[in-house]
Design a protein around this ligand. Structure first.
Ligand code: IMP
Length: 448
């Protein structure tokens, strides 16, 4: 059984926890897109860990983890993560493999990400994580990127030097175009003076990185197909979410990859025929971090202060796992969920954070949108249209008692069960998992 797990909203649905729970039935866990813009939080045996690149399967003994070709991998972040793993007693050697085809995020991609964002007018800012994701995918598509296998080649460092010199020329232009106050752009791990990187310093950094990562680099396509042929089960782990997909999300306020289930094949080398099941992780309310339209938004750090949204943010600890930015919060949007069900082919929902909704006397669900006076039940194509829609709500009674101590779905308060049933009914698919707290143990497994 090979399963793809995707985020159904704007990321931060709690995928880290669900992947961790589902890993017990998997032999291989493969990350298929995104980079260290993601932060998958896992709480197990009282310890909290945030994984950015390494699949969380690494925390389970005997599981093999693969960073697939669809990922953009920052070698320095990966080395840091491997070191952190080792410090907590988990040695990834022999269990972690990076595809020879995986594109690399270089320090100069991070510099470009920051310089490009600083050159965007306020209304056009994407609010990127500053992790170099967009520039790394742009390099991939324009066929100038480095793949991990290139780190093993003799002329790697020479090519790195050439690219630093080329990037310095681009950075000079971006400096002239910047609209933000101040001169500096900063990237941890290297020196940037007056928007310029030092080629010698960058080359020295990648010399060490290539040596450290060499043992993990492998052609993972035959490896996965051999595993499949031997009847092993593979869990494909998406990062971000459907509404941040470069094709299906709220373009241009999106990430630069395909978090949707189609991306799993492209990003791993498995074929569509190899996928048996799609699990959509979805929160019992909605959040978004970064810029872009969000129809059911109630609360954000700048100009929306609805107390219901504030309560969601507080109870749900809605701060970015990587960037620490406060997330925007709002009611559950069933238009988003239905769209996610369609474009991903969700078989089962893993619904998370139901417990966050415990104290609300009344809970709203967005069932449709009103766009320019017309009621629509589908996702508009453009971000401008989505910014104009007004949510059409239905309202349900809250249950106003704690759910996090429940151990069987039948024991949920009837009003909480009715809310979950209604969300599933509106969204399509079936309920597979219900999560009622951050720990591994606070999980009701219904069908998965
Ligand atoms: P980028 O992926 O850093 O280019 O950022 C593009 C958009 O995706 C921004 O709005 C980010 O806030 C958002 N984003 C990227 N990664 C994540 C994530 O893991 N969770 C939630 N939002 C994300």
């Amino acid at each position: 059984m090979n399963t793809v797990l995707i985020g159904s909203q704007w990321g931060d649905e709690g995928k880290g926890k669900v992947i961790d729970v589902l890993t017990d039935k998997a032999d291989f866990v493969v990350r298929y897109q995104g980079g260290s813009n993601a932060g998958h939080t896992v709480i197990a045996e009282g310890k909290k860990r945030v994984l950015r690149l390494i699949p969380s399967g690494i925390l389970h003994e005997g599981k093999t983890c693969v960073i697939g070709n669809g990922v953009v991998m920052n070698p320095l972040d990966l080395i840091e993560e491997i070191d952190q793993m080792r410090a907590t007693g988990v040695d990834p050697t022999g269990r972690l493999f990076i595809s020879t085809r995986t594109q690399m995020v270089m320090l100069y991609h991070r510099a470009l990400d920051k310089a490009e964002e600083a050159a965007r007018a306020p209304a056009k800012k994407i609010g990127t994580t500053g992790r170099g994701i967009g520039p790394a995918y742009a390099a991939k598509v324009s066929r100038t990127g480095f793949r991990c296998g290139d780190m093993l080649a003799k002329n790697f460092l020479e090519k790195v030097r050439e690219q630093v010199v080329e990037t310095n020329a681009k950075l000079k232009m971006l400096k002239a175009e910047r609209v933000d106050e101040g001169d500096a752009i900063e990237v941890p791990g290297c020196t940037i003076k007056d928007y310029q990187l030092d080629p010698d310093e960058i080359v020295a950094i990648y010399k060490v990185a290539a040596e450290k990562l060499a043992p993990y680099i492998k052609d993972t396509v035959p490896m996965l197909h051999k595993a499949k042929a031997a009847g092993k089960s593979i869990l494909l782990e998406g990062a971000q979410g459907t509404m941040l997909d470069i094709d299906f999300g709220t373009y241009p306020f999106v990430t630069s990859s395909n978090p949707t289930s189609g991306g799993a094949c492209i990003g791993s080398g498995l074929s569509p025929r190899d996928i048996d099941c799609v699990v959509g992780v979805i929160k019992a309310y909605t959040t978004r971090v970064g810029a872009g339209p969000f129809p059911t938004e109630l609360y954000n750090a700048e100009d929306k202060q609805d107390p219901d949204g504030k309560l969601m943010a507080e109870r749900g600890h809605e701060f970015g796992a990587v960037t620490k930015r406060p997330r925007r919060t709002g009611w559950y949007d069933a238009v988003v969920a239905r769209y996610a069900q369609q474009v991903n082919g969700v078989d089962y929902w893993a619904m998370t954070k139901l417990d966050v909704m415990d104290p609300f006397p009344k809970i709203k669900i967005c069932v449709a949108y009103e766009l320019d006076g017309q009621v629509i039940d589908y996702m508009p194509t453009s971000a401008d249209e989505l910014a104009r829609v007004k949510p059409v709500y239905e309202e349900m009674d809250g249950w106003m008692c704690e759910t996090s101590n429940v151990t069987r779905i039948e024991d949920l308060p009837p009003k909480a069960k009715a809310y979950v049933d209604r969300l599933v009914e509106l969204s399509g698919g079936k309920l597979g998992i219900l999560s009622i707290g951050p720990a591994r143990e606070s999980t009701l497994r219904i069908a998965l």
